[in-house]
Write a protein that binds this ligand. Sequence first.
Ligand code: FHN
Length: 479
Amino acid sequence: MKKLLIAGLGLAALMSLQPLMAQQTSPKEKINLMHGSHRAGKRMDAAMEKWRGYGLGQFIHWGLYAIPGGEWNGKPYNGAAEWIRSWNGIPNSTYDSLIYKFNPTAFDATSWAKSAKQMGAKYVTFTTKHHDGFCMWPSKYSKYTVANSPYKKDIVKAVVDAYDKEGIDVILYFSVMDWSHPDWRYDLKTKEDSIAFERFKKFTRNQLIELLTNYPKAKGLWFDGTWDKSWVKQAAFADELETEMRKLRPGLIIGSRFRADENGKRHFDSNGVLMGDYEQGWERKIPNTIEDVHGNDWDCVMTVPENQWGYNKAWNGHIKTTNELLEMTAKCVSLGGNFVLNFGPQGDGAIRNEELTLAKQIGDWMKVNQAAIYNCGYAAYDKQDWGYFTKKNDSDQIYMLVFNVPVSGALRVKTPGKTTISKAYLLANAQETFLPEEISSNEYFLHLKKKDHQQPFVIVLETANKQDNNGTKYEKAKI
Ligand code: FHN
């Protein structure tokens, strides 16, 4: 009886291990996909290498929603200002008639671009059309465009030209979801829905080809509004359109939000492979570890207030500080991503003073410390509480971006593998050097002379390979 029980328990234990053993011996089978990802691993061409090195970018949400600026008839709208058309309190036709009020006399693309350049942005993502459907370019496929506003002029062209002149690459934001188009559907429930949506697909294709043709300097497309069932069901169409756009503009950069695979999987296909050139899932959040980004390129888009992208007069809630935004930039770059900071210009086209001040302060810091941001990425050094490590993409140069100085002024550095520190100095002043105190194998303290830093700062580490003098200085612990 006892024996039987033991045998039974043994069998049960073995059975409980079975799923684990099965997982270990047979890796998940690859699903054959017609419209999944077209590439495994990162894109390594020059356009994408450049994108990878941007470090810092600017996002601009600008459209008709900037006129009400988050309130209607004196009443504040609780959602994101650019979503105000979706508010029950406003009839769609009333919102759409804002087109007749769109005359941004203070709009000056050159001054926007100069401020972005001063901030240190290497690319800008600009809303050509947000969910309301209003086109910031004179699209020949719609009447709801800037051409029919009192302003008349092509805003996308002004932005592309001005930023290009400042050496800032332009990415065109495009919302597939279009609230004002009669053929847009959230889902396709009836035959009529499907017929209408076929027209909508054609319209979308025409607008995208028009944008790529009109603005050949733009380097990529940033898609939004692609989560509804109607679009998720268009795997074959969207795949074909992506191929067409890439053929028209070799080197074009498209993120993971454009299309779903035939099983409706977005961002990552049914095999878990990234769709598009970089992951676009990091909206107002930043990964915590390098494992979170699965070896992919990615960027993080961030608002200054909470969830407000378009201009909101109120400027309420948690408004981020310059140092908070710099720390976010450092964290993104340390995990191999770009940080893209959003601006929401006013209805008259001017950028609000609070944002201009932030841009200026970020730029002042970037001027001194940009070497630790541009063309930098993951350093593979253990994260320490004082801040972040970055590494120059094409060299062994390591940067320590220090945000929290410990009371002792001692910054811990654990070097990987056989790496030693040969030299450490302040990026802002190479004369200010630090003698690393080696506290154990691959572990050092850098002692700061000054402990009351008001601003985050950067220390450069030059490293060398450890001499393998017949064994290391420290014996490995034996267990
Ligand atoms: O709904 C939009 C939102 O208004 C804003 O444009 C952001 C920017 O990433 N994207 C959508 C939400 O994911």
